[in-house]
Design a protein. Sequence first.
Length: 831
Amino acid sequence: MTNTDRRVSERASLDKRDLRRSFLDNLLYVQGKFPKLANNADYYLALAHTVRDRLMQRWISTASAYTSQASRTVCYLSAEFLMGPHLGNNLINLGIYDETAKMVAELGLDLEDLLYQEEEPGLGNGGLGRLAACFIDSLATLEVPALGYGIRYEYGIFHQTLVDGWQAEKTDKWLRYGNPWEIARPEWTVEIRFGGHTEQYVDEQQRLRVRWLPARVVLGVPHDTPILGYHVNTANTLRLWKAEAAESFDFGQFNRGDYAGAVTQKIVSENLSKVLYPNDEQEAGKELRLQQQYFFVSASLQDMLRILKIQGVPVENFHEKFAVQLNDTHPAIGVAELMRLLVDEHLLVWDTAWDITCKSFGYTNHTLMPEALERWSLPLFQRVLPRHLEIIYEINARFLDQVRLRFFGDEQRLARMSLIDEHGPRYVRMANLACAGSHAINGVADLHTELLKQDVLKDFYELWPEKFSNKTNGVTPRRWIVLANPRLTALISETLGEGWIKDLGQLRGLERHVENADFRARWAKVKRDNKADLAAHITRRLGISINPDSIFDVQVKRIHEYKRQHLAALHIIALYLRIKANPNIDLTPRTFIFGGKAAPGYFMAKLMIKLITAIGDVVNVDPAVRDRLKVVFMPNFSVTNGQRIYPAADLSEQISTAGKEASGTGNMKFQMNGALTIGTMDGANIEIQQEVGAENFFQFGLSTPEVYALGASGYRPMEYYQRSDALREVIDLIASGFFSRGDASLFKPLVDNLLYHDPYFLLADFDSYVACQDEVASVYRDADRWTRMAILNSARSGKFSSDRTILQYCDEIWGAKSVPIRLLTQEDVES
Ligand code: HBZ
């Protein structure tokens, strides 16, 4: 080997000595530091580059295999990818986590410290964005050709701090110190057009065509991140688009002397990928959001057409090469954009183009809340995407003809199904566009899919029942067990071998060990150690001391009324009142841990955070409580924080109003890590209970039909308040100003909302919830029984691996198959 050859293979080598050499080299040549001067941030970046080098051979081998093979590629279009930190995950998937920990330890460093240096890419709000991240992990692990397409937001989800118990938002400057995981690909830049008008013309074949004359062009520059599968050679690509101005200066304006005006144009263009919108805000008027959606969808579809061309595949075969999945309606404009590209640019006839479009797209719905269904006001839409509005009118005309034939004379149905809402001011309905242009429509849990068919998408189901199917969500066990919970991973692997990591169903093997007292003791110790770690972290960060032997009762997720964090708050107050009434009461000690962000414009959610922190301020210091209750709100819940929290939880709170939570995925992360669930019969909770058995699940509350019936019969929350002494005392205590230093007005909006409206039925479910929590407390006292239940919960969590979910999408929607990757050698690459 020549010297250069050795350098190249050393950079791909997984051998510990080579890792050390590369690590120190990168510190020198990438960071420009030597050990004496280097800080942990330098060491993190040196290590990140060391790992990235080792991904390259796999990434190139994968790209090369995909270029030469005719396999179908999954294109997952999502406005959000909530990835979490890459370094630890890549070490695990490469199989060099332990080697690397030893290597850095020999240099006097702690791998965990280095991992925590990484600024996580928080390019998502919550479940929907995190689902996309779990899916691309599973696609790579299952060796399925796939591309994730999204937006490279310069600012991800805001950073949450607490100021006097209120949420405060700070911008998330995740790119501040650079991003070692991405590679910009300016050579594949595309142009995205906006605004202007259209005109008709006659082409050479004397056919009438439409030309779009945009007012503005923005560039989309792809930034690629390798997504390595677990213990495979497949490294797929997450391709995120950054917006740039078409010209740094508008020379026309510059020459006219308007330097500032020219620069303003540049800023306007680059705003497109500037910031992630926090959800739950009124969106219909947000022009920039529609522009963002079109920006990344158009860039992605153009990119697919470029790939098709390189491979010499005719555009007529687009759908054979690509399965394009719409992660909710945010990318639904893709239906109209693909039609435009095929008809206006590639000159296909309408019917052919429509056939290709419908065969390419699948649509996943993530919400039942009617107010969350996306729609854009017609004038706004017309202003931003004039050509697409014409295309949508044409799709709509043909679509409604079909409906008219099937449902003769049913004018109301036509009005409901139209892609244009004409009830008042007119809107484009994105869910209707997604349904019309997709061959497959799916919900994300059994109940959710049933409710879609019966309610939100009923008309579409009646027209096309064959398009509908369920795909229950899942989460990746690589990040949520192996990386987050090394102690549990070691115990399980010692017991079952390592096969479970890629085939989570194998966890069933743990059931055989439930009756083994030694195994139970080891299981309990893992949980106890994880709890001690989290307790220490909380004490360090928040100065609250915590008893690791108390029940860790955890609710982490976005803050929303339908998720009912305030129901948990009412329960805490009920326990507090019991102590006040009877100071020596024998109460099972509990630590309530909350985490989650509220949309900045969502007043009630912010007030819920304030209520929780206010309860903590009282309960945590009241000597009468004698440390039996602690209330902690952990600021800035994120993927990174989740990785500390799930492994330490005893009890998982999944207490949404039945029929409101499409699926939930946090519920699955808790279950895998051996927490028991207290939950309503909502979303995937139902399937979790089916798997673990009713005897291993704490169920409470109204069912969906009961919620509907109560709502229809005229729900009067005040009656529940009057009937239940415990409930009345709790509400009265909040209303009195006890938790707000005597200021009775502070929580009045929340209290009044519960007493007079209570749209999420907290008061109706309160007694049932408290009784169920009493059962939790009593079971917890039997430590052995609790541990058995915890083991069974993990053992029966196999269904909720995202590998299972992805295999179902591949078989039933995408028609995609695995393509194993052979590692290219240095000679292959150079020849
Ligand atoms: O998607 C969530 C559902 O609430 C949850 O039940 C489900 O498990 C999860 C994955 O299927 N939905 C979201 O997370 N939705 C958003 O984050 C969202 C983002 C932008 C929006 C609207 C919603 O404009």
